[in-house]
Design a protein around this ligand. Sequence first.
Ligand SMILES: [Zn+2]
Length: 443
Amino acid sequence: MKLYLDPGHGGRDPGATGNGLQEKNIALDIALRIRTILANDYNNVEVTMSRTTDRFVSLSARTNEANAWGADYFLSIHCNAFNGSARGYEDFIHSSLSDTSQTARYQATIHSEVLKQNNLPDRGRKKANFHVLRETVMSALLTENGFIDNNTDAALMREASWRQAVAQGHVNGLEAAFGLERKESSGTLYRVIAGSFKEKGNAEKRVENLQSNGIDAFVSSTQISGELWYRVQAGAFRNRQNAQQRVSEIKEAGIEDVFIIEQNIAATAVSDYMILGPSRLSPEQMDRYARSIHPDAPLLGSYYLRFGEYYGIRGDVAFAQALHETDYFRFTGVVQPDQNNYAGIGATGPDNPGASFYTPRDGVLAHLQHLFAYASSEPLPEKYPLVDPRFDLVQRGSAPTWVALNGKWAVPGDRYGQLILALYERMVEASINELGALLQELQ
Ligand SMILES: [Zn+2]
């Protein structure tokens, strides 16, 4: 399938503006994210873009190029503007087309998938006589992703996580409409590391510097010879050339200590989520999610974040594992609340409820230590005493991913890791929705 991807406007044509934002930049960012997801996760799709940088391209140049290339689909990405109060998502096909046309059916599929992700009101599927819809010989769709002059929509546009979700929604729609095949994603992952620091504050400054240059980055901690380092990760790619391109962008921004780490991975896109890695959710987001389901849940988010960061483990996913193990801290299984055993360590059945810990803090610490035993073959870092009574029984490094815990942490547990990751995805979704609700309140 040949996709012609068209970020609207560019160069001297900023498109709509508002709230300090320009449509051309938002559209380009979303389109580049769509291309990255398609290149990383799918086999049978080729992408050509009308522009990949901030440059002016005329409308006829765009449609001529798509027609000459023989694209199967033309997808144009835009943002709207009106009177400051209008907001939401809508998309357009050409006004001459019937509601039963193939193009209208593609529109319906993509429309519903984008709306599942973007947290915007639905303004409907529409038709218009726009140049890019009229002059393309293939099916074409133009999406209007929020109103840049509306405070609520603009606040979402500023969030990289929102732009990523919008891109993912478009990809999900394309997958459903065109039967795109997901890659069996074993192979190599190329992580771009833009600096490695002993001081966390220095790593955070580097992230700010990168973000001010339009490059997404986050801090992850890692153990090297027993010492804790803060790495700034600025992208992870399946394709080495894409990683090298990111390295050049970072060097152009004046940062020289940038390098690529290769990592072998052996699972599918969702299930290759590593146990080692950064948390994305704050302690408050974790706790609020637990209490949205069980109002008396203990507040453990800050322990999961702190010990997770120390051991270089995704503390928020470990928190999801605890929710899964304890039935949202309702302890409906054999483990009792006063055991402070949130991970079912050593619990094998009614006659054996497993380990007990003196305090909730120790219970979380033991959980993270037990995960470290599975995820890493390094010695346990020494800041905290070993409280996990089963650490030495683990085959060290035998489960680098959550899904690899299947049949190990839980027996038979053939969907154990998948259930944890599904629960984690619901937590992330809830916190994105929460952000949307908060922004509405502030308006
Ligand atoms: Zn536009």
